[in-house]
Design a protein around this ligand. Structure first.
Ligand code: MLT
Length: 403
């Protein structure tokens, strides 16, 4: 077999695998060091009680011959799709029907798998810096900057890295708000400008809102469907990972509205939803029943209260990190309405140099900004997902660091 040559165009390791490898190598050399992980956005608070209880009950059900069930629906169980439609959309005045919701084992897989639906000529617009899965999954499918199939969307550091609408047509636009890695959040007018762009250019927006639950400012949109016209152009992806601590349990979902249609090469129109359903039923057997019961419990009254408390906890960590770096004289973005704090070094050190400095001198691991795109050079990302105690310890350790 000849391997997919597109892999030769990727860096050897995925960003977080590379960070993990360097941290492990450092720990090997310094077993005494107590490294505080502020690199990958992995949660540290345990699963909330209502979720754990629902998973236990579902497991009992699966171990009883009378209630055991095998394969579930590829699109996800109706009980979870209905809970999402009601609690994530209907209560906010957004009409999304359960059959427009597809449950999966996480947002990352959905984001990457959506490239299966893009035609050979599709040109994708990807902000820089941004979550590396957007670029890597498109490169795997043969799209590159060199062949003109990837267009980078500029993000201005002086405007909190907000993506700027390109002056040319692209077919697919990736937007992430609250943004990973910069933590900036798109306002209603900005999102409307993107929806208008997509409508005018027959483009599809892949809206990654994995961090929407961190938005506390009621003036900011949490769903792209709050914007008129978005049902015709936008796919929205959400995750239980950061919201409800499912990074290890795995569950997320993608919304593909019925009005979103695209064209085949022969010019005939088709609902994107039907293509996604065809793709999922072929390549995916559904998220596990037990985990979907756990996700359903996130929407119970106790579940929603516990989730809110946990998110408050992470937001407090992010905000004290932001404040500490601000006091040290670094420019920061995020840390409010977002679990991420994006730190820019005015001295112009490279991202990997700052990463090394923070790891070697202060035993704090971060994610180098350049791993999110070349515009992230000179920055690092820290997360609010560690414990409050570790966050305070990290801040104390950093007191010696000046810009
Ligand atoms: C991150 O740190 O950017 C995320 O944890 C990665 C992910 O969600 O896949």
């Amino acid at each position: 077999m000849t391997a997919n040559g597109n892999f030769q165009l990727l860096s050897e390791s995925y960003l977080f695998a590379e960070v993990g490898r360097r941290v492990a190598r450092f720990r090997g050399r310094h077993p005494e060091a107590e490294v505080i992980r502020m690199d990958i956005g992995d949660v540290t608070l345990p699963i909330i009680f209502p979720v754990a209880e629902a998973i236990r009950k579902a497991t009992d059900k699966m171990s009883d011959r009378k209630s055991f069930q095998g394969y579930g629906p590829e699109q996800g169980y109706g009980f979870l799709r209905e809970a999402i439609a009601d609690n994530d959309y209907k209560v906010r005045g957004i009409g999304i029907s359960p059959d427009e919701i597809f449950i999966s084992d996480g947002a990352k897989c959905d984001i990457a798998n959506l490239t299966d639906l893009f035609g050979a000529d599709t040109v994708v617009g990807i902000p820089d810096p941004v979550y590396p899965v957007y670029v890597d999954s498109n490169v795997m499918a043969g799209r590159t900057v060199e062949n003109g199939k990837i267009v980078y969307i500029k993000c201005n550091p002086d405007e909190d890295y907000r993506p700027q609408i390109p002056d040319r047509k692209v077919d697919v636009v990736y937007l992430c708000s609250p943004n990973n890695p910069t933590g900036s959040v798109l306002g209603r007018d900005e999102l409307k400008a993107w929806v208008d762009y997509a409508l005018a250019n027959e483009a599809v927006i892949i809206f990654d809102s994995a961090y929407e639950a961190f938005v506390r400012d009621s003036g900011l949109p949490r769903s792209i469907y709050e914007i008129e016209g978005a049902r015709k152009v936008a796919v929205e992806i959400r995750s239980f990972s950061k919201t409800a601590g499912f990074t290890g349990l795995r569950c997320g979902y993608t919304v593909v509205p019925r009005e979103l249609t695209v064209s085949f090469p022969d010019g005939s129109g088709v609902e994107l939803r039907k293509l996604w359903l065809r793709r999922q039923t072929t390549k995916f057997n559904g998220a596990s029943y037990v985990i979907q019961r756990g996700a359903e419990a996130v929407y119970s009254p106790e579940g929603m209260e516990d989730v809110r408390r946990n998110i408050d906890y992470y937001l407090r960590n992010a905000s004290i990190l932001k404040e500490a770096f601000g006091k040290m004289g670094f420019a920061t973005t995020g840390g409010v309405n977002s679990p991420y704090v994006w730190v820019r070094d005015p001295e112009g050190r490279s991202s990997w140099d700052i990463f090394d400095l923070l790891l070697e001198t202060y035993n704090i691991s971060t994610t180098p900004g350049v791993g999110f795109g070349s515009a992230g050079e000179g920055c690092v990302r820290l997360t609010g997902f560690n414990s409050y105690e570790n966050t305070l310890t990290a801040i104390r350790r950093l007191e010696g660091l000046q810009k």
